[in-house]
Design a protein around this ligand. Structure first.
Ligand code: ACO
Length: 325
């Protein structure tokens, strides 16, 4: 058994900024409603012609530059819900653009995808199957939005974040424990009804806007604020840890009120949470690596710290990971 070290990190944020005031001009919403209900002010979206793999490429180049001593990458694993194509995996497109030889596969499980992919990548490295893995969370999710649908369009943004993960002899580094789950009976709380095998793409689905992401936000909210604190508590108890033994909680950025509800329920000291939802909105599977990157670059975390990654999303899926830097 080995440990897992984060050797390089990188992010990519598109150039085009959309403020709440910009959204007021295209749909029936307001800056006040969005900010009070979600904590979001701005989001960035890709311009025409830019896809998920382009964002992933930029973030990955930065992470690989930082991890310059890493000479070979065994796998590229991409967490995304907005692939360049339905077939093949976007990790393959990214691999072609990077021009490095590696095995490639995608993880496609809502906003939890990066956390699931981190568990898989860590297991491969810990077991000795792989030495170095490029892990990417990337989304051009704005392309799946109906820009007239205020129930979801105001919440999401595009972006990417990459980790270079490497084997280390220190077994006590990297993933220490985790818990995960899914409730597939609630698959339609966040989903794209048409375009898959259940309801293939048709003129009717286009006309009825069933090719866009739909969400029953209030139901998701209710499910998450009761479930996530319980699951985090279980993970902490199992590892004989108190809430404030964790140096930093890296939460999926879906809604500041969700993060605050988890904080209040677990009595987490606010200094142990970093959030950037105000700037980027919910970037789905890119949110965790983007939060981690900014927290690290602000000096909020250092080698030896305990991190708790926590994510939830479409499925419904969720994952909590206890990590030692
Ligand atoms: N602007 C203005 N008014 C709006 C908007 C909007 N953008 N959206 C909804 N409203 C209205 C509703 O129509 C409703 O009006 P009514 O009272 O007249 O019926 C009112 O605002 C309240 O709507 P609610 O849905 O009850 O508002 P709520 O406080 O629940 O906030 C929100 C909605 C922000 C979506 C919240 O429920 C939430 O964040 N849910 C979780 C979302 C999430 O975490 N998703 C998972 C990740 S997404 C992914 O995996 C891709």
């Amino acid at each position: 058994m080995f440990g897992v070290e984060i050797k390089g990190i990188g992010i990519s944020i598109p150039n085009k900024k959309l403020t709440n005031f910009d959204l007021e001009k295209i749909m029936d919403t307001s800056d006040e409603w969005i900010y009070q209900r979600t904590g979001i002010k701005d989001r960035y979206i890709v311009e025409d012609g830019i896809s998920t793999s382009d964002l992933a490429l930029q973030a990955s180049r930065e992470a690989l530059r930082q991890a310059k001593e890493v000479k070979n990458i065994d796998y590229i694993i991409m967490a995304t819900n907005s692939p360049d194509y339905i077939v093949p995996a976007t990790s393959s497109v990214l691999q072609g653009k990077l021009g490095i030889s590696a095995g490639t596969f995608d993880v496609f499980s809502g906003c939890t995808a990066f956390a699931y992919a981190l568990i898989v990548a860590s297991s491969m490295i810990k077991s000795g199957l792989a030495e170095n893995i490029l892990l990417v969370g990337a989304e051009a999710i704005s392309k799946y939005l109906d820009w007239q649908d205020r129930t979801i369009a105001v919440l999401l943004g595009d972006g990417a974040g990459s980790f270079v993960l490497s084997r280390t002899e220190d077994k006590n580094t990297g993933i220490l424990d985790h818990n995960v789950g899914s409730d597939g009976t609630k698959f339609d709380l966040i989903y794209i009804p048409a375009g898959g095998t259940k309801e293939p793409f048709s003129e009717k689905s286009l006309h009825e806007k069933r090719i866009y992401l739909k969400m029953q936000g209030r139901e998701v909210f209710k499910n998450v604020v009761s479930l996530i604190p319980q699951e985090i508590k279980k993970l902490l108890n199992k590892n004989n840890l108190e809430t404030n033994d964790i140096n930093l909680y890296v939460f999926h950025q879906a809604n500041i009120r969700i993060i605050e509800a988890i904080r209040d329920s677990l009595k987490i000291d606010s200094s142990r949470i970093f959030s950037n939802i105000e700037k980027y909105a919910n970037t789905s599977s890119a949110s965790i690596p983007i939060v981690f990157y900014e927290a690290f670059n602000k000096g909020l975390i250092k080698k030896g710290d305990l991190i708790l990654f926590s994510a939830f999303g479409a499925g419904l899926t969720w994952a909590n990971i206890l990590w030692k830097l």
